[in-house]
Design a protein around this ligand. Structure first.
Ligand code: EPU
Length: 337
C-alpha cells in the first residue's frame, strides 16, 4: 500500500535528528506499489532513504522522499551448507542479523547492530570488524524508474568498494530503487575474528556459533558508538583515508607509531579517528554539535537541537585541521542531502 504525505517532518526519519522536512514523503510496500506511482508528477528530486542513518540533511528537502516498507525474508535450501536468502529492501538490517544468527547461519554476525535497512546496506556496502556486505551479497533486485519494470544486478555488476557501489553513482541513483537483496549465508562455521577488538575476546577459544560473535560485536559497538535513540548521529562521519605507502612514511615520521592497515597495491588505510584525536578534537563541542568522546570518527547532535550548519562547520574545521597537519583530505562517509 502506498502512503503519501505532503510537507512531511523528517526529524524521525534521520538518525542525526535534524529538524527538517520534505515537500512529499511516500512509503511503499511492493514493486506493484512502485509501478502505480507517476514519478514524473512527484516533486523533484527523488530521494530513496532507509532509516536515514547515513544521511545529513543540510536543510528542508524540496523533492520527494521514498521509503521502502518491502519486508519479506525468504530462505531457500534450508538444510544445505549454503543457504541463499532473499530479503526485502525495507527490512531492518539488525533484525535480519538477529534472525540469521538465531537460526545458526554464519555470514552476518560481524555486521550486528548497524542501524539502517537491508536496501541501504546494499547501497553503502556497510562494513565492520573485517566483513563487508558485499561478502555475502549475491545480487540486488531493483525497480527501474525509467522503464517502470523490475530488474536485477549481480554482485559483480554492483561495483562494490569501500563504502561504495554503483548505486551511489548519480546516474544510477536517480533511476534504480533497490527492492530486494539476495544473500548467501553458511551453515558451516566461518568465524571472522581477526579484527583487533574481536580477536581479543576469543583468545581463549574460537566462537561456536554466530550468536556468540554477534554478542561480542554488540558489546564492542555499545562501548564505542552512541545509540542513535539517545544521541543523534550517523555513525562514522568520515571514511578512513587511504594513502600511498610513501605518504604514510612521511606521516609516520613525527610519531612513535601510527595505527594502520596495509591494503593491496602498496596502499595504507589510516584510521581517521586517530588523526582527529591527534588534532585535539576528541570530545570537542561546538554549539549543539560535538565530536563523540569515545570515538572521534563520529559527530553527534550533542544538544538534540544542533542545526545542519553547526554539524557542517565542525566537519569543515576537522577537515581543515587534518589537512594542515597530515596533508590528508578527509572525505565524509555520511551523505549530505
Ligand atoms: N582510534 C583512535 N582514537 C579513538 C578511537 C579509535 O586513535 O578514540 C584509532 C585506533 O587506532 C583504533 C582505530 O582508530 O584501532 C580504529 O578504530 P575502530 O576500530 O573504532 O574503527 P574505525 O576505523 O574508527 C571503522 C568503520 C566503522 C566500523 C569499525 C569496526 C569506517 C568509516 N568506519 O571505524 O563503521 O564499525 O571500523 O570495523 O570505515 C560506520 O561506517 O558508520 C561505522 C561505524
Amino acid at each position: 500500500m502506498v502512503s503519501r504525505y505532503e510537507n512531511y517532518d523528517l526529524s524521525r526519519q534521520n538518525t542525526f535528528r535534524m529538524k527538517v522536512s520534505c515537500r512529499c514523503y511516500i512509503e511503499y510496500g511492493s514493486i506493484e506499489d512502485l509501478k502505480s506511482l507517476d514519478f514524473d508528477s512527484l516533486p523533484q528530486p527523488l530521494l530513496c532513504i532507509g532509516e536515514g542513518s547515513n544521511l545529513l540533511f543540510t536543510g528542508d528537502f524540496p523533492g520527494t522522499v521514498l521509503r521502502s516498507r518491502i519486508d519479506y525474508v525468504k530462505y531457500f535450501d534450508v538444510g544445505a551448507d549454503t543457504v541463499p536468502l532473499a530479503v526485502g529492501a525495507g527490512v531492518n538490517w539488525d533484525e535480519l542479523v538477529a534472525k540469521t544468527c538465531a537460526d545458526g547461519l554464519w555470514g552476518l554476525e560481524n555486521l550486528s547492530l548497524i542501524p539502517g535497512t537491508v536496501g541501504a546496506a546494499a547501497v553503502q556496502n556497510i562494513g565492520a570488524y573485517g566483513v563487508e556486505a558485499k561478502d555475502v551479497i549475491v545480487g540486488v533486485t531493483c525497480f527501474d524508474i525509467q522503464k517502470r519494470e523490475k530488474t536485477a544486478f549481480k554482485q559483480e555488476q554492483c561495483r562494490y568498494g569501500y563504502r561504495d557501489s554503483i548505486f551511489k553513482d548519480p546516474e544510477y541513483k536517480g533511476r534504480y530503487i533497490i527492492t530486494g537483496v539476495l544473500l548467501r549465508l553458511s551453515r558451516e562455521p566461518k568465524p571472522q575474528i581477526s579484527y583487533g577488538a574481536l580477536k581479543g575476546l576469543f583468545e581463549s577459544g574460537a566462537p561456536q556459533s554466530p550468536q556468540q560473535v554477534r554478542d561480542a560485536v554488540i558489546r564492542i559497538r555499545r562501548e564505542k558508538l552512541p545509540d542513535p535513540e539517545e544521541l543523534g548521529s550517523a555513525g562514522s562521519f568520515f571514511k578512513n583515508p587511504i594513502v600511498p605507502a610513501a605518504q604514510f612514511l612521511t606521516i609516520s615520521k613525527g610519531y612513535e607509531s601510527v595505527p594502520h592497515y596495509v591494503l593491496e597495491g602498496g596502499f595504507i588505510k589510516i584510521p581517521a579517528a586517530w588523526m582527529i584525536e591527534q588534532c585535539g578534537f576528541k570530545g570537542a563541542v561546538r554549539g549543539g554539535a560535538a565530536v563523540y568522546a569515545k570515538q572521534p570518527l563520529v559527530l553527534v547532535n550533542n544538544s538534540g537541537e544542533a542545526t545542519p550548519q553547526e554539524i557542517i562547520s565542525l566537519e569543515q574545521e576537522i577537515t581543515d585541521a587534518v589537512r594542515a597537519r597530515f596533508g590528508v583530505q578527509l572525505h565524509p562517509e555520511v551523505e549530505h542531502i
